[in-house]
Design a protein around this ligand. Structure first.
Ligand code: PGA
Length: 247
């Protein structure tokens, strides 16, 4: 298993013509140590084409969300099985933009993690506090509650990755201090070990929120930071590769 995971979340960005960025990521992969896993989560329209191109390249492809059901009358939605069928091996669930824009609760995220597993995908479960919650001193309570509510029994280091993404740091260019990141990641680690035992020690905990090539080394050096979930900077191959090389 890789020791570090650098995951890119393209969000609602990317067209068929974006394949050039993917080609550049694949070409640059050679300079990134094999112990660093690289994953790109393009929009659903590109998953199949990207996954096909990425076969045997050391770059994995994931989805950004999935429905809880395997199939059925859910217009516009995509199941975990469909993502797996298209060649994805991971799926992000519970991103704060989905929690905010689509009212996803911890219970929904919990069901989506189980859907991911049903399809054989690794779930990347996102947690993180808003600025108001942070200002009120509630960060650890909020994150602890999201973990408890979102992670099903049966969570292992092989089927789940946690992404800690302070909502106020996403897309803002602001990041928590190294001390703050260390505190939250240590608390997440403790909660995972408390609930999942030795597996909890091995579950990867990614940091996300304004990770860039110039702050990646500092953030990735923090204890219990096992990788990054990168939004904006993953859209440019050179930035994404710069972050992966810093790992
Ligand atoms: P950002 O997004 O890197 O653009 O802040 C991170 C994320 O939302 O995963």
């Amino acid at each position: 298993m890789t020791s570090t995971l650098i995951a890119g979340n393209w969000k609602m960005n990317g067209l068929a013509s974006s394949i050039g960025e993917l080609e550049a990521v694949i070409a640059g992969r050679a300079d990134v140590p094999e112990t660093v896993g690289m994953l790109l989560c393009p929009p659903a329209t590109l998953v199949a084409a990207f996954a096909k191109r990425c076969r045997d390249t050391g770059v994995s492809i994931g989805g950004q969300d999935c429905h809880t059901a395997e199939k059925g009358a859910h217009t516009g939605d995509i199941s975990a099985e469909m993502l797996a069928d298209a060649g994805a091996d991971h799926v992000i669930v519970g991103h704060s933009e989905r929690r905010a824009d689509h009212g996803e609760t911890d219970a929904v995220v919990h069901a989506k993690v189980e859907a991911a597993w049903r399809a054989g995908l690794v779930a990347i479960a996102c947690v993180g506090e808003t600025e108001a919650q942070r200002d009120a001193g509630n960060t650890l309570d909020v994150v602890g509650g999201q973990l408890a509510g979102s992670l099903p029994d049966g969570t292992t280091s092989g089927n789940l990755v946690v992404a800690y993404e302070p909502v106020w740091a996403i897309g803002t260019g602001r990041t928590p201090t190294v001390d703050d990141v260390a505190k939250v990641h240590a608390a997440i680690r403790a909660a995972l070990e408390d609930r999942f035992g030795s597996d909890g020690s091995a579950i990867k905990i990614l940091y996300g929120g304004s990770v860039k090539p110039d702050n990646a080394a500092t953030l990735l050096a923090v204890e219990h930071v096992n990788g990054a979930l990168v939004g904006g900077a993953s859209l440019k191959a050179s930035d994404f590769l710069g972050i992966a090389r810093a790992a």
